[in-house]
Design a protein around this ligand. Structure first.
Ligand SMILES: Cc1cc2nc3c(=O)[nH]c(=O)nc-3n(C[C@H](O)[C@H](O)[C@H](O)COP(=O)(O)OP(=O)(O)OC[C@H]3O[C@@H](n4cnc5c(N)ncnc54)[C@H](O)[C@@H]3O)c2cc1C
Length: 257
């Protein structure tokens, strides 16, 4: 069973963030593997193990100057990586990202594509479904558990009330939630092995994409960025025997009850 996992390299969330004049996140500093994607990598490794054979590969669009994040996925156990990196991709929106990743994934046969539900920096949550459409695959979102039975995929989809059980024929695309599995820590042996695993860097010309990419092809733009409102100080209430009523009244006022 061959599984492709989409992995995004993001600026370290622990470091201060800044934006360029076009409201794009400054990605010139250290990049790390988005924690959201460690779940997809782990899920893929477990599915390939359960299938008794096959390979996990990862694909990423972004910087090839710093590939430490992609190497982290290789250190966890993925066999190979493809990074699509090209100056002309700067300012790409989610749809262009999906077109680029679809072209990169379609170069080799696969049984399943995994992605996270949303990334930790852009978090539009739209890329995986666009990717499924472009690859002509069934798309199953919000997976909290994934199993493969023969050529059928069985997924539990997280919902507000519980979960839906969904099946689809392979190949398919699944976006997984955090918590679908517990991602492993890379072992020292894994980290050392990752240094020599194949990592292909492709440009736009290698993918034969039609139409403009990057800012020139983007139909979405971030038009403004505002700092999040500072957290307000809370109100203090002293219980004078009517604490429960006050809590209920407060919850009713914010329509929780
Ligand atoms: C030169 C360059 C500059 C870029 N600048 C920015 C930028 O400033 N801000 C920004 O947010 N993005 C940037 N990108 C990345 C790209 O445009 C975004 O990945 C895309 O818009 C998807 O948005 P999202 O993160 O909201 O996706 P979501 O739909 O929230 O992502 C869901 C999941 O899809 C997968 N996925 C998403 N993006 C990628 C990716 N690039 N590679 C592999 N898997 C992916 C991951 O599994 C992710 O968890 C840049 C890319 C390049 C090449």
């Amino acid at each position: 069973m061959d599984i492709v996992v989409c992995v995004k390299q993001i600026p370290d969330p622990a470091a201060p963030q800044s934006f360029d004049g076009s409201n794009n996140l400054d990605r010139s500093g250290k990049l790390i593997l988005d924690e959201a994607d460690t779940y997809g990598v782990e899920m893929a490794l477990q599915l390939v193990d359960a299938a008794g054979g096959g390979e996990v590969s990862v694909v990423s669009m972004g910087s090839a100057t710093d590939v430490a994040g992609v190497r982290s996925a290789l250190a966890m156990g993925a066999a190979r990586a493809t990074v699509v990196s090209d100056e002309s991709l700067r300012g790409s929106d989610a749809l262009t990202t999906a077109k680029v990743l679809a072209a990169a994934i379609a170069r080799h046969p696969f049984d399943l594509v995994l992605a996270a539900t949303e990334s930790s920096d852009g978090y539009t949550g739209t890329m995986p479904v666009q990717l499924a459409e472009l690859l002509g695959l069934a798309s199953i979102t919000f997976a909290k558990s994934v199993a493969v039975e023969g050529s059928t995929l069985r997924v539990q989809r997280q919902t507000e009330l519980g979960y839906d059980e969904v099946t689809a024929p392979l190949p398919a695309l699944v976006s997984v939630t955090a918590g679908v599995v517990e991602p492993r820590y890379a072992s020292f042996k894994g980290i050392m092995a990752a240094k020599s695993k194949p990592l292909d860097v492709l440009g736009v010309a290698d993918l034969g994409l039609a139409g403009p990419v990057g800012a020139a092809g983007a139909r979405e733009a971030v038009v403004a960025i505002d700092a999040a409102e500072a957290r307000q100080a809370g109100e203090k209430h002293v219980d004078e025997g009517d604490g429960a009523e006050r809590i209920v009244a407060f919850l009713e006022s914010i329509k929780v009850l």
